[in-house]
Write a protein that binds this ligand. Structure first.
Ligand code: TXA
Ligand code: MG
Length: 336
């Protein structure tokens, strides 16, 4: 059942309490409707990927009620402060290095050392974020591969029954996703054109590199979108047996003989597995190296639903190499 909440103070309070319980709530921003979940909870963020049917764990934008709240989680440099001053609340997302004390979960950042932060415009969105008092992760509220929704009706048509509630604040004023700028590198990079134009940004930043430079000219630089967390230990996929020199990333009934085991989900639940994936890789990598193990052996998961995203992520971990980043949805919004 999806609760349909017309934006007013009571329904905003209701939506906030659902989010705090780990539920999924779609809400309107000035750009597009976001599919929100508590950004500090792997389990809550796993619901997003399940509901969107995303084949990959793309990093998500964390939304805040103020720049001050956002900058509690990231290392904001001087440029970030100026951009926040000029464009927040508004359709600008900044990628910045994660602060070590940040409570934003691995699944929201796809294990990256950076976090995408944004303070949206719009009374309802800001009131909701204020009421939650925690970062809210939200990709556009469309199933993967579909166009981003710019009013509540679009969300309902595709997501009804798959999410807990929708907070209807009417049509979005911008109707196009936020501009994403990466400030975690020596020079600012435009990752996605959007609601704030390049000209406006350049008036404050000076020259901004464009996505083509980003994808083709600097593929091996650290901190890139594509350089998702890759463990130090080599990863062996679809393990059907395991030995004492290996750490085992298990799914369902475990295999005997491993030197160390982390079970993604003993009961074989893909959503639980997704919520534990990054923590599991990190644990087996750290503890495995400490114990002198040689490999992480990963059992196969079913290639359906979130299993596709889990296997995609494991394949990347098994063959770490820079890959052109981006969001399947972004392709869609550029062509459609
Ligand atoms: O307007 C918007 O930005 C909407 C509303 C709901 O806020 N959200 C949105 O989210 O469009 P999504 O998930 O569809 O797109 C987020 C983009 C993706 O291209 C993702 O790869 C990028 O931001 N992104 C997120 N975190 C990142 C990070 N740490 N480094 C690089 N790119 C990141
Ligand atoms: Mg999107």
């Amino acid at each position: 059942m999806t609760e349909i909440l017309k934006a007013d103070p009571d329904s905003i309070a209701r939506a906030a309490s659902l989010l705090l319980e780990g539920k999924l709530v779609a809400f309107g921003t000035e750009t597009v409707y976001g599919l929100g979940a508590l950004a500090t909870s792997n389990a809550a963020v796993a619901h997003i990927f399940a509901a969107k049917n995303r084949p990959r764990f793309n990093p998500l934008i964390s939304h805040f009620a103020s720049a001050k709240a956002a900058f509690d989680h990231v290392e904001a440099n001087e440029l970030a402060s100026r951009l926040a001053e000029a464009f927040w609340p508004g359709p600008l997302t900044m990628i910045l290095p994660r602060k070590s004390g940040s409570t934003i979960c691995d699944l929201a950042t796809a294990g990256l050392p950076t976090i995408a932060v944004r303070v949206p415009r719009g009374k309802t969105a800001l009131a909701l974020l204020q009421a939650v008092g925690q970062p809210v992760a939200a990709p556009s509220a469309n199933p993967s591969g579909r166009v981003s929704p710019s009013d509540a009706f679009h969300v309902l048509r595709n997501m009804h029954g798959r999410i807990d509630a929708i907070l209807d604040s009417g049509p979005c004023s911008v109707g196009l996703e936020s501009t994403v700028i990466d400030l975690s590198r020596e020079v600012p990079f435009l990752l996605r054109p959007g609601g704030i134009t390049l000209e406006k940004l350049e008036a404050i930043c000076g020259t901004i590199r464009n996505p083509d430079d980003y994808a083709t000219k600097l593929p091996s630089s650290p901190g890139m979108l594509a350089s998702h967390y890759a463990p130090g230990l080599p990863v062996r996929l679809s393990a059907e047996s395991v030995d004492e020199h290996e750490a085992l990333l298990a799914f369902g009934p475990t295999l005997p003989g491993a030197g160390l085991v982390y079970n993604l989900s003993e009961r074989g639940d893909l959503e639980e597995a997704a919520s534990r994936l990054f923590a599991g890789l990190r644990f087996l990598d750290g503890e495995g190296q400490r114990r002198g193990l040689k490999t992480i052996a990963a059992m196969a998961v079913p290639r359906q639903g979130l299993g596709l995203a889990i296997m995609d992520r494991l394949r990347r971990a098994a063959s770490p190499r820079p890959m052109a980043g981006g969001d399947d949805d972004d392709l869609e919004s550029m062509i459609g």
